[in-house]
Design a protein around this ligand. Structure first.
Ligand code: PMP
Length: 410
């Protein structure tokens, strides 16, 4: 038998479950934008997936009090009783879904909830249906858990929503999960109760399939859109639905890293096994802050929503006024996902051809100093995502730079 090759000769080789996964284009563009900013370029970054608002004062106060009271030790594995009770009350008050405490889990961000769920449930080769465009982490997490993402394209014409026919056709005997996100990152599209109904009817006909719904942007919806979650619409699916949510977006708490979910006991227990060996428990102080957030006065959410809606209207109108760009009006979240097919094939002043959405985003960054993310990062081209979680002044400036850059193409 040959001796194994020393690491120093062979170089480090990542595990096959990691080797398939690339650093996301969002991270790459972000790094380039930051580098240009450091060089002194007046870069406007419309790539970030977090609110520009601060965490509310009463939430910070909850954390300070917890620190001073010595609430600084390991907590129960998947959430303190106080936080689980606050989540239980939130689910019944806002979503009309009742969970017992053993059906609730807390993790270090909704991202870890997704990670725990996939690691706890997927065997190698199990399929997960993911409507596209999708938040990049969905397919990457599924692949790390050795599952197979089954990507189903949802067109702009269909409002970036999955249809019942598409869902039915995507389900096979290997399907373990269907993953839905409403309002969506990156499209901002949301499912009303009427949009969900036919999809839930399909799932009722496939009793082996579980449903994961990511309700992260629940509190950021516009006009008269009424947010609903599938476990409330169809109680017969509640026992195979994982309802995922978190404090990051609604309460501007991305850095506190708390996400949570309600779902069937056996799944919740298996997820806690993953968590026990990954992190032991979420941060005690962040959990106390999240209790304050969920139990506190929720009225500030309305003001923030109104502010996001003004920004959405500004961005959608500005983008649709640019020849070659088409932007659907999103129902929620703080993203627009615009088509740029009309600009492909055109040339920049110095002769570069814009062949793809990636080329277009690179051009916007280098020539207009605006950082946006190409649709290819979310599995659907030719599109680009703008995050409008920034000031109206900055958005206005960014839109006029984008308009000028597009006009300069020939
Ligand atoms: N779901 C969606 C759709 C998201 O956009 C994000 C954050 N970008 C998350 C989940 C994860 O949020 P967190 O881990 O901060 O709770």
């Amino acid at each position: 038998m040959n001796a194994p090759t020393p690491v120093e000769e062979a170089g480090f080789a990542p595990a096959s479950r990691i080797a398939r996964i690339d650093v996301s284009e969002i991270v790459r563009i972000g790094a380039r934008a930051q580098a240009l900013k450091r060089e002194g370029k007046p870069i406007i970054i419309l790539g970030a997936g977090e609110p520009d608002f601060d965490t509310p004062h009463f939430v910070k106060q909850g954390a300070v009090e917890a620190i001073m009271a010595g609430d600084t030790k390991y907590t129960a594995l998947d959430g303190t009783p106080a936080l689980k009770q606050a989540i239980q009350a939130k689910f019944s008050r806002e979503n009309n879904v009742d969970y017992v405490l053993d059906e609730i889990t807390v993790a270090t961000g909704a991202k870890q909830i997704l990670f725990n769920a996939m690691m706890a449930s997927l065997n190698a080769g199990d399929e997960v249906v993911i409507p596209t465009p999708y938040w990049t982490s969905y397919s990457d997490i599924v692949q790390i858990a050795e599952g197979v993402p089954v990507l189903v394209t949802c067109t702009a014409e269909a409002g970036f929503r999955l249809t019942a026919e598409q869902l039915d056709a995507a389900i096979t005997p290997k399907t373990k999960w269907v993953l839905l996100n409403s309002p969506s990152n990156p499209s901002g599209a949301a499912y009303s109760e009427a949009d969900y109904r036919p999809l839930l009817d399909v799932l009722l006909r496939h009793p082996q399939v579980m449903l994961l719904v990511d309700d992260m942007y629940e509190h950021i919806t516009y006009d008269d859109f009424r947010f609903v979650t599938p476990a409330a619409i169809e109680p017969r699916l509640k026992n195979r639905t994982l309802t995922v949510n978190g404090v990051s977006k609604a309460y501007a708490m991305t850095g506190w890293r708390i996400g949570y979910a309600g779902g069937p006991k056996a799944l919740i227990k298996a997820m806690s096994v993953v968590q026990s060996q990954a992190t032991s428990c979420p941060s005690s102080v962040s959990q106390a802050a999240s209790v304050a957030a969920l139990n506190g006065d929720q009225s500030f959410l309305q003001e923030r929503k109104a502010s996001f809606q003004r920004r959405r209207d500004l961005v959608v109108a500005g983008l649709n006024a640019i020849e070659g760009i088409t932007c659907r009006v999103p129902e929620g979240a703080f993203y627009t996902f615009s088509g740029c097919a009309g600009l492909l094939g055109r040339k920049t002043a110095d002769g570069r051809v814009i062949a793809t959405d990636s080329d277009f985003c690179n051009y916007l960054l280098s020539d207009a100093h605006v950082a946006v993310v190409p649709g290819s990062a979310f599995g659907l081209s030719p599109f680009f995502r703008i995050s409008y979680a920034t000031s109206e002044a900055e958005l206005t400036e960014a839109l006029s730079r984008i308009a000028r850059a597009c006009e300069a193409l020939t």
